[in-house]
Ligand binder design. Structure first.
Ligand code: ATP
Length: 759
């Protein structure tokens, strides 16, 4: 399969048919700074059987092969629907995600076609039929090049086998482009008639069900003293909730940040119940699943004997699976895990990794009972009455007692998603309130291997990460045929706080910077989250934001290696997805995180999504892509580090609003479409973070060095002996909402109640 790297190389060797802004060609991308080197190719454990692959997702229907923005021409006029904007650009993107969930392609199509996710008013009327058609036929479509292959990375022997393209030296230009130009073919279509405004009104969180367990993470010594956790009951939300809650944010909230800043000063001190009537919408379009879980997709990886070997041998987690079962076994998730830890860690860490792996594989019944237990097994309050409970990981020494003797479930659900459900529990020893994630059971159509990979990845990551902006895992237990992850509890979902519409601008910036700090930590250790969204940020009573849900996290770099391990699959939630995820089979996951965090910031400011999905069928996104002196999304996404036009946005060069679509200063098209709605001081770095080209996108290090980011006062904790001391910012306080609305589940309950009352 061709790759983005190859595509870029191809572009460099051939004159670009469309002028591209190359003003600052000397500026180097953080992704491109490393020296060229030949890589030892590693097998891609994610290579699918082409006959069954659904997670590759990079198949485009012939109708979708081109994607043209119609940028820099009057054809991108917002007001003239007769102007031609290449429908190839419009349609090329949507097909990718649609194929992700394997058999869900059609269901997703139908789902979207029903308007449950993309309301008809959001899309051009001409888009919907075309999209349906394309999606349904995408199974027979040609594969799309991977982002990683088009990105400027060196891809030795990349034209030999797609399986060899998932690891590339970070920052190298590629060669040997075999990228098919067919998908760049252009064909026109009429502009949708209703694309004049960013009209996404739904903060939704499609399920994150794609997971690549690329590594095993060993436990580290918990060095921090336990953080104080507020003992507060709460209700839950999950991404499924947020996906259902629909139009939580009013359309009219655009440009409200200034007003909110003024009015929220007083409101932010409120700890009373949230008056969400103004923000909770009645219409609740339910977004479709953003993607199919690569881990859930049996086609994503070969199944069969490897699974049996995995379970059959306690040490098999650290062994390469049989090559005949997993042709790319040497780069299997287990191998990845080994590499990650053995290289990075001392003997202590390696030992603990092995112990973790052994514990998992030796856990009674974990192999034999996975399939036997019903996914609908009831989980009643106080039901931790296990007769068979093994502690796999614990940050404390209080594991002599069975799990059921040490915890009591309060009955409160905190949330549920693709990975499982999260409950509120009380630790009996100190009455501390904690959260317990009960990993889901294996799906019927899921292989044991895929299931264990999913579980292993998430809980191992949880035990490894230690940072104030990352949720702390207290214990991992195998109890009653289920994996349980005990975590610190946070009182609020950031989603719920944003929903309250009480956040001050300074508070928003603080949360934004805390999220960035968490991402900085993740990226510094070679991990990418891949599902960053409001739903996956919780905040404690002290105003400390923590990232949760590492079910989609991947290793992109192993210790002492400069090779980039590319991620694959459309993983994440539609509105937060970076465009390259929807186009290429493989991509660098770091810029994906950066993009998602920028979308989070935009959501916090605008109280709505800029677009519902980063595909050209989404009129708002199409307009965002337009006006860039480039006529195709593929060209935009595969650009080398040539600073985009909006890169130079400043107070001096701020464009003047115009209604003329051909006017480069038209705020309705191009990056200004979104950026002009954001605070001026944020526009530069946010613009860099949502650069369509991942190679040009700011790295987390660049983001953290941005003058505006640096100036943000961020609440944080500092070590004070064995404890942590809160350092609160002086320019804001953190919003507290009533516990009945602190989590999405509470908002959902309220919404259902309102619906009942309306009937
Ligand atoms: N430590 C925590 N404290 C408070 N609430 C939490 C905590 N962990 C999870 N939650 C709540 O539970 C919900 C589900 O958690 P999580 O996202 O880990 O589940 P999931 O099944 O992996 O979801 P997804 O479908 O996004 O993968 C979260 O959205 C959040 O509301």
């Amino acid at each position: 399969m061709s790759s983005l790297t190859k595509l870029l190389q191809e572009k460099r060797n051939e004159p670009s048919p469309v002028p591209i802004n190359n003003k600052n060609t000397t500026k180097s991308s953080p992704l491109l700074h490393t020296t060229s080197r030949t890589l030892g190719l590693e097998h891609d454990r994610n290579v699918r059987n082409p006959t069954t692959s659904v997670t590759t997702v990079t198949q485009l229907d012939s109708e979708d092969d081109t994607e043209t923005t119609g940028s820099s021409t009057a054809s991108s006029s917002v007001n003239d629907k007769n102007n031609v904007l290449s429908s190839s650009f419009l349609t090329a993107n949507f097909a990718h995600t649609a194929t992700l969930y394997g058999t869900s392609l059609q269901s997703r199509d139908l789902h979207q076609g029903s308007g449950s996710f993309i309301d008809n008013s959001y899309l051009g009327s001409n888009d919907i039929p075309a999209r349906k058609s394309s999606m349904r036929s995408s199974n027979s479509a040609r594969p799309i090049p991977s982002l990683s292959s088009s990105i400027p990375y060196s891809v030795p022997n990349s034209n030999k086998d797609a399986s060899n393209t998932n690891i590339r030296p970070m920052g190298l230009n590629s060669a040997n482009s075999s990228y098919s130009s067919s998908w760049l073919e252009q064909y026109g279509s009429n502009m949708p008639s209703n694309i004049s405004a960013i009209d996404s009104t739904v903060i939704s969180s499609p399920k994150v069900d794609s997971v690549e367990a690329r590594f095993v993470i060993s436990k580290q010594k918990l060095q921090k003293a336990s953080m104080s956790i507020t003992h507060t009951t709460s209700v839950s939300r999950s991404n499924s909730f947020s996906s259902q809650i629909g139009s939580l944010f009013s359309k009219g909230s655009r440009d409200k940040y200034a007003a909110n800043t003024a009015t929220n000063e007083t409101r932010s001190h409120s700890s009373t119940s949230t008056n969400s009537n103004s923000t909770a919408a009645t219409a609740i379009p339910k977004p479709g699943r953003a993607r199919q879980s690569s881990i859930y997709s049996s086609s994503r990886q070969p199944s069969g004997s490897y699974t049996e070997n995995f379970y059959g041998s306690p040490s098999s987690m650290n062994d390469h699976p049989p090559s005949q079962s997993v042709p790319r076994s040497h780069h299997s998730s287990i191998a990845n895990l080994r590499g990650f830890f053995f290289k990075k860690s001392s003997g202590n860490l390696s030992t603990s990794i092995n112990a973790t792996a052994s514990n998992l594989s030796n856990s009674p019944g974990i192999s034999s009972n996975i399939s036997a237990v019903s996914n609908k097994q009831p989980f009643t309050p106080g039901s931790y009455n296990s007769v068979n409970s093994d502690t796999i990981y614990s940050a404390t020494n209080e594991v002599s007692q069975p799990f059921s003797k040490r915890y009591f479930r309060t009955g409160e659900d905190l949330g549920a998603g693709a990975g499982g459900s999260v409950k509120l529990v009380k630790r009996l020893s100190d009455s501390k309130i904690l959260a317990v994630k009960e990993f889901r059971l294996k799906f019927e159509n899921e292989t044991k291997r895929d299931y264990v990979k999913k579980i292993t990845s998430e809980y191992c990551i949880g035990t490894t990460l230690h940072h104030q902006n990352i949720i702390e895992t207290v214990e991992i237990v195998y109890d009653n045929n289920r994996m349980l992850q005990v975590m610190e509890y946070c009182d609020y979902d950031l989603f719920a706080i944003v929903m309250s519409d009480k956040m001050s601008y300074e508070e928003t910036c603080c949360c934004f910077k805390q999220i960035l700090t968490g991402v900085e930590y993740l990226h510094s250790i070679g991990l990418a989250h891949r599902d960053l969204k409001l739903d996956n940020c919780v905040i404690n009573s002290k105003g400390i934001v923590k990232l949760i849900d590492f079910g989609a996290a991947v290793v992109f770099s192993y210790p002492f290696s400069k090779n980039l391990v590319e991620a694959s699959g459309i993983v994440g939630s539609d509105p937060y997805l970076a465009p390259e995820v929807c186009i290429f089979t493989k991509y660098d996951p770091r810029p994906v995180d950066i993009w998602s965090v920028a979308i989070i910031f935009a959501c916090m400011i605008l109280k709505k999504f800029p677009w519902k999905i980063p595909k050209l069928r989404d009129s708002s996104f199409k307009l965002f892509c337009s006006g860039r002196d480039c006529d195709s999304l593929s060209s935009l996404v595969t650009r080398t580090p040539n600073p985009p036009s909006y890169d130079n946005i400043s107070a001096d060069s701020k464009p003047v609003s115009s209604n003329n679509a051909s006017d480069p200063n038209n705020l309705n098209i191009g990056p200004q479409r979104l950026l002009h709605q954001l605070p001026e001081e944020s526009q530069h770095i946010i613009g860099r973070m949502i650069d369509l080209a991942p190679a040009c996108r700011s790295s987390i290090d660049e983001v953290m060095k941005d003058p505006w980011i640096t100036s943000i006062e961020m609440c944080h904790q500092v070590e004070d002996g064995l404890k942590y001391k809160l350092v609160s910012s002086s320019d804001h306080t953190h919003t507290k909402v009533d516990q009945s609305e602190a989590h999405i589940a509470g908002l959902e309950k309220k919404k259902k109640k309102q619906q009942r009352q309306q009937k």
